[in-house]
Ligand binder design. Structure first.
Ligand SMILES: *Cc1c(COP(=O)(O)O)cnc(C)c1O
Length: 369
């Protein structure tokens, strides 16, 4: 059986260091917002190239906190429109609605799966205040045209970087440092994954960072002094300890992912299977390796019968979810095509070559007829 993702194998590599970090944590008697969180915030800001990083409870809270902080700054107001890709994980959109703002869904590019700049421009109204890009499946959004639009229209840009830790553009700038503020998730399956829930915000805006730092901790400015109606969205100390250890391995892990992706791209040769783009410049960190095929359920069943695990990211687009009934009548042909045809193959930094070759052979002998 080739698992879709072997999380135990990924984390077993760090067992000795994890146990030592846990012992130190236990013995310290200090379990919330301690040295491990401070250290991680410093290291992750440094890694991303941003001036600030605020550790938070998860990726959804990271996005929500950014938007709430902008409301406090007066840069966003309830009811403002935020442009977001229609084909994202629902968390990107939940963050916007949770903050009392209005998501405006736009189509992606079929080849990159990322937001289409022309569609962004067409969706702008007098109420548009920001664009939330999502570096989907680990591939950076082409930011140049987005930045041009934002400048012209005086809009904020935010990144949902939950799938793109370490992705780097042609100027050497990393995900999390390509906009006004970015939200990261360290959910266990992500390229940088904790052993539980965790997230972060990165930004170069000192004032925004300070507001988020307070908001995540009950709006506290100093002990028992509450400046804002905050929340409890703190990054857990033990998760920060684990993340400090795993961050050192992130670049090497991303290279392993890229190697697997390259092998798939060179090896898979079947007219019924469309491969993702593989820019070999570090701008895609292959959180997922997503192929498209017309008869997806047949291909998924064929692989399952050959004991290969696959997943669909994602089967139902946000506008077709019951949670957003008000959008169920909307039609986004490119988004719907992606959701109907996409299939994620196993990819991870610990996948062995034999398994990759097995999957390639299986796909090359697959026929839809
Ligand atoms: C995982 C993910 C999130 C949410 O992160 P959580 O830590 O699960 O809250 C948000 N956006 C995208 C694109 C994600 O992949």
């Amino acid at each position: 059986m080739i698992k879709f993702l072997d999380l135990h194998k990924i984390n077993a590599r760090f067992e000795i260091e994890f146990r030592a970090a846990f012992k130190k944590f236990l013995d310290s008697g200090y379990y919330v917002l301690g040295n491990n969180v401070t250290q991680f915030e410093k290291s992750f800001a440094n890694y991303c190239g941003t001036q600030h990083c605020i550790g938070v409870s998860n990726g959804l809270d990271a996005l929500t906190l950014i938007l709430e902080a902008y409301k406090i700054q007066g840069k966003l107001q309830e009811g403002d429109e935020i442009i977001v890709p229609a084909n994202t994980y629902i968390a990107s959109i939940l963050g916007i609605t949770k903050a009392g703002l209005k998501p405006v869904l736009v189509e992606p590019n079929l080849e990159t799966f990322n937001i289409d700049a022309a569609a962004v421009e067409a969706a702008i109204t007098w109420k548009t205040r920001a664009i939330l890009v999502v570096h989907l499946y680990g591939q950076l959004t082409d930011m140049r045209p987005i930045q041009d639009i934002a400048k012209k229209q005086n809009l904020l840009i935010m990144e949902d970087a939950a799938q793109a830790h370490g992705a780097v553009n042609s100027e050497g700038k990393k995900a999390g440092n390509l906009s006004d503020a970015a939200g990261f998730s360290f959910y266990p399956t992500k390229n940088l994954g904790a052993l539980g829930e965790a997230g972060a915000v990165t930004t170069n805006d000192a004032e925004l960072a300070e507001i988020i730092r307070k908001l995540r901790n009950y709006g506290t400015s100093s002990k028992y002094v509450n400046q804002y109606k905050g929340v409890n969205n703190r990054l857990d100390e033990i998760q920060a300890a684990f993340l400090n250890i795993k961050l050192r391995q992130l670049d090497a892990d991303n290279e392993e992912r890229s190697d697997v992706a390259l092998r798939y791209c060179m090896g898979i040769d079947n007219p019924e299977i469309r491969l993702p783009t593989h820019p070999r410049d570090g701008s895609h960190v292959f959180h997922q390796f997503v192929i498209r095929t017309e008869n997806r359920s047949k291909l998924q069943k064929y692989l399952a019968e050959s004991e290969v695990g696959t997943l669909i990211h994602y089967e139902i687009p946000p506008h077709k979810q019951e949670a957003y009934k008000e959008w169920n009548h909307l039609h986004f042909p490119i988004t719907e095509k992606i959701h109907n045809e996409c299939l994620s193959l196993p990819i991870s930094p610990v996948m062995d070559e034999f398994d990759v070759n097995t999957i390639i052979s299986l796909l090359n002998s697959y026929s839809n007829h």
